[in-house]
Every structure is written in C-alpha cells, then in structure tokens.
Design a protein around this ligand. Structure first.
Ligand code: ZN
Length: 261
C-alpha cells in the first residue's frame, strides 16, 4: 500500500482483488506516478493542483490486493512450483473455466471478494447452489469469512483508518455501482453521478442480487459511507493491455474527484 498526501481526509482505493482484472494495477501505478510528477512540478492532476490535494487528502492505494492470483494469470509462477501445480489441480475440476485466464481467486482458490462479513452466508448459499463448494478458480467463498490473509488485511486496514470513501476497482463493463442492500450513504448517489460524468461510465442504480460478501459491501454495511465498484474497460477478462490508455483517460477524473469531494 502507498499513501499519497498528508491531509486529514482519508480515502482508499483498491484494485486487482480478482486475479484476471490485473489491468487496474497498472492504472493505479500510473496514477501514482503522474500524481507524484504533478506534485514535484507544482502542476495539476486531473483538474486540481496536486500540492493542494496532497495537503487536503491522504489517498491510500493498494494496487494489487491479490498478488499471487495475478502472478498465476500472468504466467509468473514457475510451472513446477507447488503453488502452480496446486492451482492447476483446482482448475482441472472446473474444465469450463479457462486456465489461467478465467482465474479470479487467490492462489488457494478462494474468491477474495466473497470473504467479507456482509451477508457472507447468503453469498455461500448462492455460490454453493452454483456448484462452487470447494476451492475453485472463482466464486468459492471460503470455509469462513476472512479466512484468507488478503481479505483480513483489507478488513483490518479499513477498521484501523477513518476512510471517508472507498473505490474498489474491477473489470469490465464501464459501469459504476454504488448501492448495497437498502443502504444509501449520504451523498453517494450524487458523487456517483459526478464519477459517471467525468468517466463516461454508466452509473448503475440497480441492486445486484448476486452481489454479497464483497469488500465494498462490507465497507458500506459497516460504515454507511460511500463505496463504489468501478468496472473499467470492455470485453473479456483479462482485458488486453491495449485498453490501458483509454482506461487511464476515463478514470483519472474519478481518482482525483474521489479524493477532492
Ligand atoms: Zn472483479
């Protein structure tokens, strides 16, 4: 995790909790680089002076919350390593899911975005009915909430800070989600509309009945504060790196606005 800024206001951005959505890690790293350059040169990032934003807000960024899953999808694990052999064994039980391109879980086959204490039992019921009753390339909720160190790290980080809002980056669909259950955090819809305006992404007002136990779900349920899922890019995961420039252009406004709101 990196912290940008010294301001009292705290926000948190996370990406690549799903392994095959790694392109957003590049988005975060490029944002960090451009923000640092803008600060150094006393220039603007997005439409705001970087030094002003730096003093106002502390932006915490975890660019890759599922590193070993990303390594698997990008063929960075030696094929004779225990981790790779184990993952391949897990995947062989789910032949309809491409390997490794369809892999969303951590290296042990737990979907980290189904690990949080926000209707976890409901998520388990749904995913078990779909056949994900054991470690899998995606959609296995784990044997209990927060069983995985990556999920626990996000959980504890959130409890140990005073974040005003979070952004949870995923791919794909060019859509922004802001709701969870009946929660409507104050100002969340209005800011979501601003995000939609600066990115060109659609703000989705629907409740996703399939979405429970995610990191963002937990944040909203625990704090009743704005939390957004941003689904970048378009196509089939993992998105090709050729989409990166467009994804950056679409999202830099959101990344600045979320810190300046
Ligand atoms: Zn995702």
């Amino acid at each position: 995790m990196i912290r940008l800024g010294t301001g009292e206001k705290e926000v948190f951005y996370s990406s690549s909790i799903h392994a095959n959505e790694w392109i957003n890690s590049v988005l975060m790293m490029k944002f960090i680089e451009n923000y640092a350059k803008a600060y150094e040169k006393d220039e603007k990032i997005g439409n705001i002076n970087a030094r002003e934003l730096f003093e106002k807000t502390s932006i915490y960024i975890a660019p890759m919350t599922n590193p070993d899953g990303v390594d698997l999808v990008l063929w960075q694990l030696p094929q004779n390593s225990r981790a790779f052999v184990n993952a391949k064994g897990i995947a062989s039980g789910f032949p309809d899911i491409p390997f490794p391109n369809g892999w969303k879980a951590n290296i042990l086959g737990v979907d980290l975005n189904l690990q949080f204490p926000a209707e976890w039992e409901k998520a388990r019921e749904i995913k078990f009915q779909q056949g994900f009753i054991r470690p899998a390339p995606r959609d296995f909720v784990g044997y209990r909430p927060l069983s995985e160190p990556e999920a626990r790290a996000l959980y504890e980080l959130t409890l140990n800070h005073d974040f005003d809002l979070i952004l949870a980056y995923h791919t794909q669909g060019k859509v922004i989600y802001w709701r969870f259950l009946n929660f409507k955090p104050e100002g969340a819809e209005a800011l979501g509309k601003e995000f939609s305006r600066v990115s060109g992404y659609t703000l989705d007002d629907q409740l996703d009945n399939e979405s429970y136990a995610g990191f963002r779900d937990f944040f909203i349920k625990e704090f009743d504060l704005p939390g957004y899922t941003i689904e970048t890019g378009e196509g089939q995961n993992p998105l090709p790196i050729t989409q990166f420039e467009q994804i950056y252009r679409d999202n830099v406004g959101i990344l600045v606005l979320a810190a300046n709101s």
